[in-house]
Write a new protein. Structure first.
Length: 428
């Protein structure tokens, strides 16, 4: 394999961890990150590129002889950046716009799962301007809790779990009236509520073949013991003991294989990371959701866990040569704890100085998400999720201790983090 010029799109903790892993590759010529963050600037060249202008991205790729574009977040994929660049001969890690609809449209994901026999919650899709039919359905049925999902990308805010008829009506009117969900509001999925424990599996796919990374568990709610509103994810660990070897085999055979086969049949072979969100009960897994990219913060623990060359992995997925790759991992457990601005996932102040990086050990890593440099060059908070403190240990307990030891060293005003990351795993 030749050395590569790489363009990585994105700016969060996920992209920092990807940049960190790519920068260690023996196949890297130069790494560009658009737009990146203060930490990725130490690993490559941060760029100001208008990523939603695909022609501008293409011009950059041609000017700088980019060999591979890696797309971190979902929006550019849903917008079809892969289609555009691929047609112009640029290799891209990340699915085309139809593959990305597995995340971008809840009803499309359900349709594909039903067509190719992938286990998931029973559902109904309602399509009408004012969701009158959905309202009528709720009126006539008594099956609570039930899950309402607005179609379309909604940054985790489009899913509502209704425990009663009254609540379902409230959620319906929230969906109708929310400006951020309005685009999605004419299509609604109502689905069966699944009990169980959640875990995520990442399949790296080359259109036909795939490899899986060790299962991870995220912590989506803001509060300890999974309380309070949903967030992008407050911490994660891997491997997740809830995912036994047998279960992983069944996820490969019953979920990933039929999805890859299905997307091929649909004329859109899936290349990129397929995020399989699962609900596990009685040693059986059903799909909660798909995402068309790596998880954030799951990526921040999976990148350090991989001991083989990550850039080669992503290149082989994009170029359809995965069978030539030998994926290896370390034996450690990795844990990350997200440090957030107080107020997140609601509004929060910005601009607080972040300190405490001087005494990190080699198995402690900090991945930046919402940070920036102020006019004096000081590192300050600039987002809800500020950073992910990532650490390893010989087992889950020692990894948790190592991560929280690191968190206690980092400080910024009103830092908030969950105190129970990984506790679910200890119960197994
Ligand atoms: P989604 O965006 O589809 O992943 O939904 C966000 C979160 O809502 C998931 O991580 C689950 O915690 C929860 N959720 C979604 N669908 C279901 C379901 N059918 N049953 C139980 N919980 C669900
Ligand atoms: N950690 C959840 C997500 O990336 O969607």
């Amino acid at each position: 394999m030749q050395a590569l010029n790489v363009l990585l799109i994105g700016s969060g903790g996920r992209e920092h961890s990807l940049a960190w892993a790519i920068s260690r590759s023996s196949f890297l010529k130069h790494l560009y990150i658009a737009p990146g963050n203060p930490a990725t600037a130490d690993l490559g060249s941060n760029l100001t590129l208008n990523v939603s202008d695909h022609a501008e991205v293409l011009t950059f790729c041609k000017d700088q002889n980019i060999d591979l574009v890696i797309v971190g977040p979902e929006q550019p994929l849903v917008d079809g950046i892969t289609n555009y660049l691929t047609e112009e001969g640029i290799l891209v890690f990340g699915p085309d716009d139809v593959g990305a609809r597995l995340e971008g449209s809840k009803s499309f994901a359900k349709e594909i799962m039903a067509k190719y026999g992938v286990p998931t919650a029973d559902h109904l899709t309602f399509v009408d301007e004012n969701l009158q039919d959905a309202e009528q359905w709720i009126l006539e049925h008594d099956v609570f809790p039930v899950v309402l999902k607005a179609d379309g990308l909604a940054a985790g805010k489009g899913v509502f779990i209704s425990t009663s008829k009254e609540e379902a009506f409230e959620h319906l009117s929230e969906i109708r009236n929310s400006p951020s969900l309005s685009g999605a509001a004419s299509k609604l999925v109502i689905e069966e509520f699944m009990q169980g424990e959640e875990a995520s599996v990442f399949a790296i796919c080359d259109g036909e073949n795939f490899v899986v990374l060790p299962a991870a568990q995220d912590h989506k709610r803001i509060g300890d013991d999974d309380t309070g509103p949903n967030t992008g994810g407050m911490g994660a660990y891997s491997p997740a003991p809830v995912m036994t070897e047998e279960l992983m085999e069944s996820v490969k055979n019953d979920v990933i294989k039929p999805m890859l086969y299905g997307m091929q049949k649909e004329g859109h072979p899936y290349k990129g990371a397929l995020y399989v969100g699962l609900m596990i009960k009685d040693e059986k897994a059903k799909v909660v959701e798909f995402n068309c990219r790596f998880g954030d913060p799951e990526c921040q623990i999976l990148m350090p866990k991989i001991t083989s060359d990550v850039l080669e992995l992503l290149y082989r997925a994009a170029s359809g040569t995965l069978p030539e790759y030998n994926l290896t991992f370390d034996e450690k457990t990795w844990v990350c704890v997200v440090m957030a601005s107080k107020g997140y996932p609601g509004s929060y102040p910005k601009g607080y100085e972040i300190t405490g990086f001087q005494n990190l050990k080699s198995d402690q890593l900090v991945f930046h998400a919402g940070t920036s440099k102020d006019s004096e060059g000081k590192l300050v908070t600039s987002g809800g999720r500020v950073l992910a403190f990532t650490a390893s240990g010989d087992d889950l307990l020692s990894a948790i201790k190592n991560a929280y030891d690191g968190v206690s060293q980092i400080s910024f005003k009103d830092a908030y983090y969950r105190k129970d990351i990984g506790q679910k795993g200890l119960r197994h």
